[in-house]
Design a protein around this ligand. Sequence first.
Ligand code: T4K
Length: 441
Amino acid sequence: MKSIRQVTASRPSLERDDGFRPWDHLAQGIGSDDASQAKRSIDDLRIFGGACAFPEVLHVGRPNIGDTEAFIGHARAILDSRWLSNNGPYVQEFERRIAEACEVPYCIATSNATAALEILVHALGLKGEVIVPSFTFIATAHALKWLGIEPVFCDVDPLTHTLDPARVEELITERTTAVLGVHVWGQVCEVDALQDICTRHGLRLFFDAAHAFGCRQGGRAVGGFGDAEVLSFHATKFINSFEGGAILTRDPELAKRARLMRNFGFEYLDSVVSLGINAKMTEICAAMGLVSLDGMEGFMRINRANHLAYQRGLAGIRGLSVHALASQEASNHQYVVVEVDEPVLGLSRDQLLEVLMAEGVLARRYFHPGCHRMEPYRSQPQHRDRELPVTERLSKSLLQLPTGQEMTPKDIEVVCALIQFVAGEVSSIRARLAAGTGEIA
Ligand code: T4K
């Protein structure tokens, strides 16, 4: 048995700058083969020398895998066909299926969502400033900045976590050319209010829907809102194509421009008619995407059940709640988001996270800090000095728990029991942490 000092000395830290990934470390942790092992005293917690609840780490973003045999069959067919990329039949079929699911006429599959956003910035002819939430994955802001557009960070609504339309309107200047909303956690933005603002001010409106494939609101599917929307099929998304993305639009001219730009601006053979990059999806990625799409109903069912299990398992904890989406007809429940109210719970979000990480529950703190607190934005006064109180609060209080196909009901039960145990022992955990034996790094 290792001593407390040995265990705590090698505990994973949240703040590192050397490329360290916490799960590499956790795989070497002291483990219990019995994941159901209950914690009876705080000495049983891994941060204080107890056994790790999950020696095989639980990840947020573990890929859902569809029918492996079907995928292998497609892989063989692709190799045999000698057609590996450049708008092949798998990509065309993937685009047809996504357009159908999103109820839009045009889908352009891309290598990832970030490239899709960048293509849209060009295809929409954006310049100057674009209003965007700071409470998002950094890709949303970087896609603008990379192309010389200034992201103007806007605060979000405390309940929906999406762009607050009233705040958007305050930020419009003569340099503003567009608003870019993010359907974070699959929560559809206030699309009508945003559309109204954009129409009145002559702005383009587009959406980062990386989290929201399969979600619906007001009788409409995500994919058809604004001028265009972007999906992500990254491995960590509930439908994945290894890496991948897509642009969805109802506008035939915009679709045509985006399609050209995805492939260097080639119209055919030797004819280049516009600026373009290489953002093509490969055939193998499209095959993975198609297999994943075939499993979509099952993945949604699992995510829904997991969400419900977390809601039940974490009920009754004062100062900790599972975030519920505002009224919406359909959601992929891709993320299980927990909000920690530190003064009420008695532990900070980061203290709870450290306890969970030590136990092999690799919860995440998306999106901490907000984009305006990361480089290259935070060193610029216009971003650093911007007041975004809701973003600041959310980035300090939210935690995402593992979900998806890999999580069994038993895993969720153990994670919930662990959190319930921690919530019931807050004072002694705090005292022990303060005494230094399990000091938070
Ligand atoms: N807009 C929004 C709102 C987004 O959230 C994202 C991506 C984008 C745009 C850009 O989309 P893409 O250009 O990627 O298509 C992860 C994902 O990598 C990222 O795609 C995603 N958002 C973001 C929310 O989460 P990280 O930096 O947290 O990734 P990482 O490497 O820490 O992996 C997450 C967890 O998943 C880890 O615990 C490991 C696990 N994992 C990951 C992969 C790739 C696996 O178990 N298997 C895997 O294959 O960003």
